[in-house]
Design a protein around this ligand. Structure first.
Ligand SMILES: Cc1ncc(COP(=O)(O)O)c(C=O)c1O
Length: 389
């Protein structure tokens, strides 16, 4: 038997994440600075860790109900209502998942398959395209423009819709650009979407990491509420990436099917993480504010720093990424990142890892210390002098 012939074509043909190569390179380097990793450098707030520890000490080491503990689902609903005026029923409309990642995968698996098209505005989080391909559906990229601050425009959306379009996968605040969408931006999208049979999967995992304005969601609009699958989680907001906990909220008809897959494939999300997540939602706000204030300080330093070394950079208002235009270096994205890493030991991720339209850009994350950011900017400045000189 040739094992390779046994494998599903659409899995084999899906390329691995383009970020990998750079992480393999940096792992072998001394004194390198990584602006590459998309996760908080902060540790989970102590009271949240303590709650997880306490649950273990009490022997709370069993499965929870498939959808997650009732207490956590209720806290999620309270939180969404008080922070974003979103109303969900904890019994029928909320599922606790293994990170936002599982939620995205579940939603796609329930909604699309071969013959369906999923609209994916790019640059975007690397998993959207892969998870779509695994279902057998076709990802249809919508290239976003820097001059629009990487916000999806209604005419771009309209031009991409076909009779096969089933899902629009949106992620704002955005990874990798740091772009955000205001309520007014969504109003214009609602006009396009409200009378069409298209479900929006809205990945709002960075909703709390916002440095200007107020977070908006398509789910706020009554016409869109039942056509929107809201994905969120604890990884970014509460620095809980390793706990593997997130959630998804949507109409009960869709939820019932997602729960079925979750029940058979996952059983329940980690129980320890669920206890910790309840504490995060109940008492974690001061910690979130402290982390957001620190990210904001770093964000300003980084945007300023890129501009000073001659790289154009639109000001991102969300997440923890900056997405400078690196074309002035005379290099393409991949060359820029590879040479920067080999010559100055600074890791940035080429924009092309997030979609073809990311060519000419590179992602830097400011989820690292001010000291690292200062040193990285110094090295990037030296690199640019060499390129421009
Ligand atoms: C936009 C976006 N969505 C979802 C995720 C997955 O997060 P989680 O840890 O909740 O699975 C990430 C992680 O980097 C992300 O950047």
């Amino acid at each position: 038997m040739n094992l390779k012939d046994m494998l599903r074509r659409n899995v084999v043909d899906t390329p691995p994440s383009g970020i990998r190569k750079y992480f393999d390179l940096i792992n072998e380097m001394k004194d390198a600075i990584s602006l590459g990793i998309g996760e908080p450098d902060f540790e989970t707030p102590w009271s949240v860790r303590e709650e997880g520890i306490w649950s273990l000490e009490k022997g709370k080491t069993h499965y929870s109900s498939n959808a997650g503990s009732v207490e956590l689902r209720q806290e999620i609903c309270r939180y969404l209502k008080s922070r974003f005026s979103l109303q969900y029923d904890p019994v029928h409309e909320v599922l606790v998942t293994v990170g936002g990642s599982e939620a995205i995968d579940l939603a796609l698996r329930v909604l699309v398959g071969p013959g369906d098209e999923v609209l994916i505005p790019e640059p975007c989080y690397v998993a959207y395209k892969g998870c779509t391909l695994f279902t057998g559906a076709t990802p249809v990229p919508i290239p976003l423009k820097a001059e629009n601050r990487f916000r999806l425009q209604p005419e771009e959306l309209l031009a991409a819709i076909t009779p096969r379009t089933k899902v629009l996968l949106l992620g704002y605040p955005n990874n990798p650009t740091g772009a955000t969408m205001d309520r007014e931006d969504y109003v214009r999208l609602v006009d396009v979407l409200k009378d069409r049979d298209i479900i929006v999967i809205s990945d709002e995992i960075y909703a709390e990491l916002l440095y200007q304005g107020k977070h908006a969601s398509l789910a706020e609009f009554p016409e869109m509420r039942d056509r929107t699958v809201l994905v969120s989680g604890f990884s970014k907001t509460f620095a809980m990436t390793g706990w593997r906990i997130g959630y998804v909220c949507c109409h009960p008809d869709l939820m019932e099917q997602m729960k079925k897959i979750h029940q058979f494939a996952i059983m329940c999300s980690p129980t320890t993480a669920q206890y910790a997540a309840v504490e995060a939602l109940k008492n974690g706000r001061p910690d979130v504010e402290r982390m957001v204030a620190e990210y904001n300080r770093r964000r300003r330093l980084m945007v300023d720093g890129f501009r000073k070394v001659g790289l154009d950079c639109f000001e991102p208002y969300g997440a923890f990424y900056v997405f400078p235009d690196v074309r002035k270096s005379g290099l393409n994205s991949d060359q820029f990142c590879e040479r920067l890493l080999l010559e100055e030991k600074v890791l940035m991720v080429p924009g092309t890892a997030f979609g073809d339209c990311g060519e000419g850009f590179a992602r830097a994350t400011y989820a690292t210390s001010l000291e690292n950011i200062r040193e990285a900017l110094f090295r990037i400045g030296r690199f640019m002098e060499k390129m421009l000189g």
